[in-house]
Design a protein around this ligand. Structure first.
Ligand SMILES: NC(=O)c1ccc[n+]([C@@H]2O[C@H](COP(=O)([O-])OP(=O)(O)OC[C@H]3O[C@@H](n4cnc5c(N)ncnc54)[C@H](OP(=O)(O)O)[C@@H]3O)[C@@H](O)[C@H]2O)c1
Length: 274
C-alpha cells in the first residue's frame, strides 16, 4: 500500500507510543483512523491529538475501549466498529507490552498475560477481521520486535510471544496473498515510548547492558519506517540499520550473534560478582 489517502485504518494500541505515532502520521496522510485500547482517558487524549493532524475535514476518527486479550470483547467491539465505520483497509496490531525479568521470577500468570496480549491479541483481531478484509484487499501489520527474532536475556515470555507473532504472520502472508491482502511484521528496536519507560523499571542489569549497545528510536521514526515499508511491500519492516544488521547476522551467523550477546552478559555478571 503506497497511498494512504482516503483509507480506513484500525490500530490496536493506537492511544500511546508507536501506535499513536502511526495514527498521527496516517491522519496527516489523509486516512480515517480508529484506535483501540483499554484506558478511556488515554484514548480520548490520543483522539484529540490524531484529529489535530487531519488533512481534510471528511476524515473520521474514532476510539473504542477494547482489551485485545479477550476474544469475546474483541469480537463485540470490532463488530461495533465495523458497523460504524466499515471494514478497514489497514489493520495495525500494535497493542502489546513487555515486563522483563529473570526467567525464575516470571510467574505462570505473567507468562499467560504476555501470551494473551502480545500473541493471542493478534490472533483475536485477525480472526474477526481477516474474513472481512479478504473481500476487499488491504494490508495487515503485526507488531513484533527485535525480540521476535533474537532471544534476548530477560525476555523469555516476551520472546515466546513475539517470535510467535512473526511465525503467525509469515504463515498468514502466504495464505492471504492470493486474496490481495498483504501481511507485514514491524520489528522495532528500543523506542522511546511510555511502554519502554515502564519496561526499564524491571530490566535485569544484563538486559540493560545488551540494550545499551543500540540507540533508542523516536516513535515518529518507527511510524515513518512502518509506512515506508508498507509502501515497498516489505514483509519484515525493521526501522533501524542496527536492527537490520542483527536480522541478517542472526540468519547467516547465529553462532556469532550468540557469542557477542553471551560475552555482554558475562561481562555484567563478572562485574556483579567483583
Ligand atoms: N517501545 C519499544 O521499545 C518497543 C520495541 C519493540 C517492540 N515494541 C512493541 O511495539 C508495540 C507498542 O509498544 P509501545 O512501546 O508503543 O507501548 P506503549 O506506549 O505502552 O503503548 C501500548 C499501547 O497498547 C495498548 N494496550 C496495552 N495492552 C493492551 C490490551 N491488553 N488491549 C488493548 N490495548 C492494549 C495501550 O493502551 P492501554 O494500556 O490503555 O490498553 C497503548 O495504547 C508493542 O506491541 C510492543 O511490544 C515496542
Amino acid at each position: 500500500m503506497k497511498d494512504f489517502n482516503g483509507k480506513l485504518v484500525y490500530i490496536t494500541g493506537g492511544s500511546s507510543g508507536i501506535g499513536l505515532a502511526a495514527a498521527r502520521l496516517l491522519a496527516a496522510k489523509g486516512s480515517s483512523v480508529t484506535i483501540f485500547a483499554r484506558r478511556r482517558e488515554v484514548l480520548d487524549e490520543a483522539l484529540n491529538e490524531i484529529t489535530a493532524c487531519r488533512k481534510r475535514p471528511d476524515q473520521r476518527f474514532l476510539a473504542f475501549q477494547m482489551d485485545v486479550s479477550s476474544r469475546d470483547e474483541v469480537t463485540g467491539i470490532l463488530q461495533e466498529a465495523v458497523d460504524k465505520t466499515g471494514v478497514p483497509d489497514v489493520l495495525i496490531n500494535c497493542a502489546g507490552r513487555a515486563k522483563p525479568g529473570y526467567f525464575g521470577d516470571i510467574a505462570d500468570g505473567q507468562f499467560d498475560e504476555t501470551l494473551k496480549v502480545d500473541l493471542y491479541g493478534v490472533w483475536n483481531t485477525c480472526s474477526f477481521l481477516v474474513p472481512l478484509m479478504r473481500q476487499r484487499c488491504g494490508h495487515i501489520v503485526n507488531v513484533s520486535s527485535i525480540c521476535g527474532f533474537i532471544g534476548v536475556f530477560g525476555y523469555t515470555d516476551y520472546c515466546a510471544a513475539k517470535f510467535g507473532v512473526i511465525g503467525f504472520s509469515e504463515a498468514l502472508r502466504s495464505e492471504l496473498k492470493p486474496d490481495g491482502v498483504a501481511v507485514s511484521v514491524l520489528c522495532p528496536p528500543d523506542t522511546d515510548t511510555p511502554g519502554y519507560a515502564e519496561e526499564n523499571k524491571t530490566k535485569p542489569p544484563e538486559t540493560q547492558a545488551v540494550s545499551q549497545t543500540a540507540s533508542i528510536l523516536k516513535p515518529e521514526a518507527v511510524a515513518a519506517a512502518l509506512l515506508k515499508g508498507m509502501g515497498k511491500g516489505d514483509f519484515m519492516i525493521i526501522p533501524n540499520a542496527n536492527g537490520k544488521f542483527t536480522w541478517i547476522m542472526k540468519r547467516l551467523f547465529p553462532w556469532l550473534v550468540e557469542r557477542v550477546t553471551d560475552s555482554q552478559v558475562k561481562g555484567v555478571q563478572r562485574k556483579q560478582r567483583a
